[in-house]
Design a protein around this ligand. Structure first.
Ligand code: DQA
Length: 152
């Protein structure tokens, strides 16, 4: 792995997360994705990592980015949003790479509709964080950074 990749956490966000702050605030809070990006960057910096923070509404783009992590990042933090509950392609992309993936959800998906209780990501993820709102991303940065530190 090249030097920058070794110190990069790839943080991927799926559909509708670009609307955070305005979208269903009772469920997802009022923090915007831009604010989460800035907080995650600062948190990662404290652990000696840089972040590459992205959002897309497209399933195939998430698949491309997960594949890319194999050479461009030390690990991945993934909020696949609604694709969590539907995407075998995202499951397979995670299974195909050797880098750890931490699954994140702002809301507690287990306290919500039954169709959100199943995740195609969880069984190929290194760990799952849900229900802590935007702070979940910082918990994920902490968890991934310690995991990577222990591995090296
Ligand atoms: C979400 C939970 C998903 O069920 C939902 O489709 C989302 C956001 C979360 O962060 O709580 O879009 O991943």
């Amino acid at each position: 792995m090249s030097e920058p990749a070794q110190h990069t956490l790839l943080i991927l966000n799926g559909p509708n997360l670009n609307l955070l702050g305005a979208r269903e605030p009772d469920t997802y809070g009022r923090v915007t994705l831009k604010e989460i990006e800035a907080q995650a960057k600062a948190t990662a910096k404290g652990f000696g990592f840089q972040t590459d923070f992205r959002q897309t509404n497209l399933e195939g783009t998430l698949v491309d980015w997960i594949q890319e992590a194999e050479t461009s990042a030390a690990g991945v933090i993934l909020n696949a949003a609604a694709y969590t509950h539907t995407s075998v392609a995202i499951h397979d992309a995670i299974a195909a790479i050797s880098k750890p993936v931490i699954e994140v959800h702002l809301s507690n998906v287990f306290a919500r509709e039954e169709y959100r209780h199943h995740s195609y990501v969880s069984d190929v993820a290194a760990g799952v964080i849900c229900g802590f709102g935007a702070h979940g991303y910082m918990l994920a940065v902490d968890a991934l950074a310690s995991m990577l530190r222990d591995q090296s």
